[in-house]
Design a protein around this ligand. Structure first.
Ligand code: NDP
Ligand code: KAL
Length: 257
């Protein structure tokens, strides 16, 4: 058993730019020897994802569109992956969205439409993707999704996204139970706050980061690299006994009351 991912292929979903957690995961998987395939949502991201993918040394990665709200898109994307590589050994799902207006103030004001939108993109998408990816994971493997502490407890302003993450975390357990018999493990990484495009516009993000620096057991903030290296562990056989788990990569912040 080793941490090497040589000879393995992983799909990385959710790179928007170089700050994306998905990009941190991609770099770590690449450094461990994995072959990568990238998916992106909007056309506006095609160039930046292609540029990033081609910056990986010695790697010519497939880059495909996949809007996870669209079943046809998911099917087409994984059919193209099957055609190109045949077998994959896992994927990293790093996708979330909620309406900006609903990420502030009282959770109670969430609209039905906004609630369903965030559940659709941030939670159901993992289930939809697992169903299709399973057919390509004939050698077993590892599926990883990203979550945040606000899915377990109330965190100011996380609101509808907290409810979506609670649903995502429950899905990870049910999916782990379904897919275990096929040798496929499903786990989540609960990351501490990281400044990414999604976090842009959060007015008190600096004070959130400062609180972690002052109070988290490790007294520092989480980096993309820390999340990426945990993803390598979860993708590799070294974690072969772990499924349905939520690993906190947050400097230990979640243990505080
Ligand atoms: P990014 O903004 O870099 O990534 C979010 C990604 O979600 C984008 O690539 C975006 O693509 C994608 N996305 C949104 N809607 C769709 C869709 N319909 N179909 C496919 N992709 C879509 O932010 P992060 O790296 O921060 O977020 C990655 C994951 O990490 C999320 O699940 C987030 O909740 C989680 N997380 C983040 C933390 C943080 O502090 N940053 C902490 C803990 C968890 P597009 O722009 O094309 O729509
Ligand atoms: C408590 C925290 C503070 C912030 C509150 C809510 C954050 C929610 C995350 C969610 C994914 C953000 C959005 O959906 C933003 C979206 O409305 C507008 N942005 C975009 O459309 C950009 C262009 C694209 C790339 O973004 C997406 N997502 O598609 C939570 C902090 C401390 C930790 C974070 C940021 C957690 C997390 O889940 O991301």
């Amino acid at each position: 058993m080793s941490l090497s991912l040589q000879g393995k292929t992983y799909v990385v979903m959710g790179v928007a730019n170089k700050r994306s957690i998905a990009w941190g995961i991609a770099r770590s998987l690449h450094n461990a020897g994995a072959k990568l395939i990238f998916t992106y949502a909007g056309e506006r991201l095609e160039k930046s994802v292609k540029d990033l993918a081609s910056s990986l040394e010695g790697e010519e990665s497939l880059v495909l569109p996949c809007d996870v709200t669209n079943d046809e898109d998911i099917e087409k994307c994984f059919a193209a992956i099957k055609e190109e590589v045949g077998v994959i050994h896992g994927l990293a799902h790093c996708i979330a969205f909620a309406n900006k207006e609903e990420l502030v103030g009282d959770y109670m004001n969430t609209t039905r439409e906004g609630f369903l939108l965030s559940q659709n993109i941030s939670s159901y998408s993992l289930t939809a993707v697992c169903k299709v990816a399973k057919d390509l994971m004939t050698e077993g493997g590892s599926i990883i999704s990203m979550t945040y502490l606000g899915g377990e407890r109330v965190v100011a302003n996380y609101n509808v996204m907290g409810v979506a993450k609670a649903s995502l975390e429950a899905s990870v357990k049910y999916l782990a139970n379904d897919l275990g018999k096929h040798g496929i493990r499903v786990n989540a990484i609960s990351a501490g706050p990281i400044r990414t495009l999604s976090a842009k516009g959060v007015s008190d993000f600096n004070s959130i980061l400062k609180e972690i620096e002052e109070r988290a057991p490790l007294r520092r903030n989480t980096t993309q690299e820390e999340v990426g290296d945990t993803a390598v562990f979860l993708a590799s056989d070294m974690s072969r006994g772990i499924t349905g788990e939520n690993i906190h990569v947050d400097s230990g912040y979640h243990i505080l009351g």
